[in-house]
Design a protein around this ligand. Structure first.
Ligand SMILES: [Ca+2]
Ligand SMILES: [Ca+2]
Ligand SMILES: [Ca+2]
Length: 449
């Protein structure tokens, strides 16, 4: 129950809408309360339909008296703010009662649902009551349904594609108040580079603009990026949450993976010459500490790729040989290992670019399994990232048979075929490429092209 001094601007509510919002009721209820119970509403002229205004402290006092059951006192509510402190204390207690009543009737002030209206995001509590609205100013913001498919948690979509959140309610900084993370996504795909953090009152707290102007040896890129999605986790194991934002340059590559602290400050970033579409934490090497693993595709090598980071430390760019892909103003990547998976003849019959590792899972303490998702080959790596097995998925078998009948492939998907795929998986550590296959020491980074 705040009681700002009369005459102070913050104390005045200047419309039925503002009065209703202040009381967490609809306008009709407030009008009825004025007529029946003397809710202290004032008018600029005598016409009852004229402009209304009200004082917050008068409304507070009226609410307190109503909650205390003192309906008869409501008419003199205007004088309450000048009552002695003893009565003030009683009113505060009564106010607490009113707050409990409001909580029961209208739910909490914690956002759990949302709606999109034009360019605005509306945060709703569990009972559907509007808590606040935030205007993104984006003229063609994606629909409620689109955002609904990207709400709160990462999920697995069709064709093993990770579906990243675009909107999330989360207490990022652990102060008990829930922040809202919102990635601006538009139908025109313009202006999709912003991730906004909104506080529990609907006020922008910070904003991250994805990407930056970038120079490669072969040319430069504008700062035009689309955020693919974000997620929240304690990526560096320091007990505090970070935001991981994945974005792509328009229209194609490179990809930026940015790690932000709870206040939106850039803690680290990694650049990849091709899309990265999956990121997961897990203890790959069995030392009890989780690594951060990113998966996607490397355009220079036209291969699916995985990068493994110790302690969530993201820096630098992917290892590239061709000057067209080499970073001029980005240092060597901080990854402990960068793995390239071969392109198969089956995938070559589908398309020219690499078969992306958009899905993988970490066997806690015992390596990981990577999936090249379009032709579906499964690569099982142990905790030292040595190859344990190559598996051909059902999609692979179906596609292989189809392309064989169409005369597009002539291989036989047998034991030797799988072994050859395994031998073509290469891993770069400490600046050197090497085969991950125990059977083969030789490594040719472009061998699987
Ligand atoms: Ca918070
Ligand atoms: Ca952390
Ligand atoms: Ca580990």
């Amino acid at each position: 129950m705040t009681a700002a001094p009369n005459g102070k601007k913050e104390n005045i509510l200047t419309s039925w809408k503002e009065i209703a919002a202040y009381l967490d009721r609809d306008v009709r209820t407030c009008v009825r309360w004025e007529q029946r119970y003397g809710l202290p509403v004032h008018r600029l002229d005598r016409d009852s339909k004229g402009k209304v205004f009200a004082y917050r402290d008068q409304i507070d006092a009226w609410m307190a008296s109503r909650a205390a059951g003192g309906a008869a006192q409501a008419n003199s509510a205007a004088k309450r703010s000048r009552w002695p402190w003893v009565i003030g204390g009683l009113l505060a207690l009564a106010g607490l009662g009113a707050a409990v009543v409001l909580l029961i009737l209208h739910g909490s002030s914690v956002p759990s649902r949302f709606d999109i209206s034009g360019s605005r995001l509306l945060a709703l509590n569990e009972k559907g009551r509007e808590l606040w609205l935030f205007d993104t100013k984006a003229a063609d913001l994606e629909t409620r349904d689109s955002y609904g498919g990207h709400f709160q948690e990462k999920s697995l979509g069709l064709a093993y594609e990770a579906v990243w959140p675009w909107v999330m309610f989360k207490d990022l900084d652990g102060d008990g108040r829930v922040e809202t993370l919102f990635s601006v996504q538009t139908r025109s795909e313009d202006g999709e580079g912003d991730l906004v953090c909104i506080d529990d009152k609907g006020v922008e707290r910070w904003r991250f603009g994805a990407g930056r102007e970038l120079a490669l040896e072969a040319g430069s890129f504008r700062k035009e990026y689309r955020i693919f999605g974000f997620d929240v986790d304690d990526y560096d194991d320091d007990g505090a949450l970070e935001v991981l934002a994945v974005s792509f340059h328009k229209p194609d590559w490179p990809c930026q993976v940015a790690l932000l602290d709870a206040r939106g400050r850039l803690e680290g970033e990694y650049w990849n010459a091709g899309y990265l579409m999956e990121a997961r934490r897990g203890d790959v090497d069995g030392d009890g500490v989780k690594e951060l693993v990113l998966g996607g595709v490397n355009n220079e090598y036209a291969r699916g790729c995985i990068a493994v980071f110790e302690g969530g430390r993201l820096a630098g760019g992917s290892p590239q040989d061709d000057p067209a892909y080499r970073w001029r103003d980005i240092g060597p990547g901080s990854e402990a290992a960068y793995i390239l998976f071969p392109k198969t003849d089956v995938h070559a019959a589908i398309r020219k670019v690499g078969d992306p590792v958009n899905y993988f899972w970490v066997h806690e303490g015992d390596g990981l399994t990577a999936v090249t998702v379009e032709a579906q080959v499964f690569y099982d790596l142990d905790k030292t990232l040595a190859l344990r097995n190559v598996g051909l998925g059902n999609d692979f078998k179906t596609l292989h048979e189809r392309f064989r009948l169409e005369g597009k492939v002539s291989s036989v998907p047998d034991e030797a075929y799988r072994r050859a795929l395994g031998e073509a998986v290469v891993c770069r550590r400490n600046g050197t490429w090497a085969s991950v296959s125990r059977a083969s020491g030789a490594a040719a980074v472009n061998g699987g092209k």
